[in-house]
Design a protein around this ligand. Structure first.
Ligand code: AHR
Length: 338
């Protein structure tokens, strides 16, 4: 009798467990933390580099505004705080959440093969934005959009050649302080390449020091301050972004060294964000080479093309220019979006 009752009890438990499982599968019972997915929206996971610069903030704002719900997207945003491990983690989370697309703004070019292979295995298209990636298998990403960082560097060098020619210093020694961005980022690699190529072809030019400013104002300020305390003279600062130029300017001010259009040290800066353009208009930065951060609508358009079955170009370079004080005005600066 007791044996039969035990058997009936076990059967009941078994039935209950099956019922719970079916209920969970159908209605998500017991998974209160998992948000209900709106099937009409295109789900995009975006792994952003960090918030290291004004450029980056403008880029984030552009992405968030273009990939909004009102435009048909559900955006899952992750700030990697300038650490590649955080980007790996974010991408794996996006895969788990079964997003429709992964958008990656990579910190550095290398190291992506494994994690992007996982995304490919999961059937999730990956779009790369801003810096590029260096992978063995190009099919690991669908499309890239960003700047031609080498062309930016070459634009800066052409301006420098013209400026020193005007000053009648073309064949004289030129001492350059080089402030570099994050090691291994396309923006760093290509802007550095443009400078190195120029130094090779101009016998009088030397890079007196290379400082690793990581694209931040704080780091560049510290490094330039320490460098200037050595008393070594410089003629040019080649700074691989505006925020590092801001840090350098603070250090120059503290050291009592003049700079800009009428000063002893020429400042070459990349990005052309609003505060840098204002300094350029005042003559404190000699040249701002534009790096356009407004990639949000470009990424949204790539996704739309993929959604309608089109094959977007593998690489899309955006058009850019440069600014020196002669071409700038307050109105022009105000009209710009960043
Ligand atoms: O990759 C673009 C670079 O990254 C920008 O020049 C810089 O400001 C940013 O942090």
């Amino acid at each position: 009798m007791r044996k039969a009752a035990g058997k009936r009890f076990r059967l009941l438990c078994c039935l209950c467990s099956v019922l719970i499982l079916v209920c969970q599968a159908l209605y998500g019972c017991g998974e209160k933390d998992v948000p209900v997915r709106d099937e009409k929206l295109i789900r995009v996971g975006f792994s952003q580099v960090g918030s290291e610069s004004d450029w980056r903030m403008a880029n984030t704002a552009s992405m968030i505004s273009a990939l909004s719900e009102s435009s048909g997207f559900e955006l899952i945003f992750d700030n990697a705080k300038q650490r590649q491990e955080n980007q790996f983690l974010a991408i794996r989370n996006f895969i788990q959440q079964d997003v429709d697309y992964i958008v990656l703004a990579p910190i550095a070019e290398s190291g992506w093969d494994d994690v992007l292979q996982e995304a490919k295995n999961a059937g999730i298209p990956v779009i790369i934005v801003d810096r590029q990636i260096d992978v063995g298998d190009e099919s690991l990403y669908t499309s890239w959009v960003g700047s031609n960082f080498l062309a930016e560097g070459e634009r800066a060098i052409r301006w420098l050649e013209g400026a020193i020619q005007q000053q009648g210093r073309l064949n004289q020694p030129l001492r350059i302080l080089h402030i570099q961005g994050t090691d291994g980022a396309t923006a760093q690699i290509q802007r550095t390449k443009a400078l190195n190529d120029a130094v090779r072809t101009h016998p009088g030019w030397t890079v007196v020091s290379r400082l690793k400013g990581e694209y931040t104002e704080a780091k560049a300020y510290e490094l330039v301050r320490d460098f200037l305390s050595s008393g070594e003279p410089i003629d040019v600062i080649y700074s691989e972004n505006d925020n590092m130029s801001f840090g350098a300017i603070r250090a120059l001010d503290e050291a009592g060294i003049s700079y800009g259009r009428d000063g002893d040290v020429m400042i070459i800066s990349f990005d052309a964000v609003r505060d840098a353009l204002k300094l350029c208009l005042e003559g404190k930065i000699n040249i701002c080479v534009e790096c356009n951060p407004l990639h949000g609508p470009r990424v949204a358009s790539l996704i739309t093309q993929l959604e309608s079955g089109e094959t977007p170009p593998k690489l899309t370079y955006v058009d850019e220019t440069f600014f020196s004080s002669g071409v700038l005005s307050e109105e022009l600066i105000e009209e710009r979006e960043y």
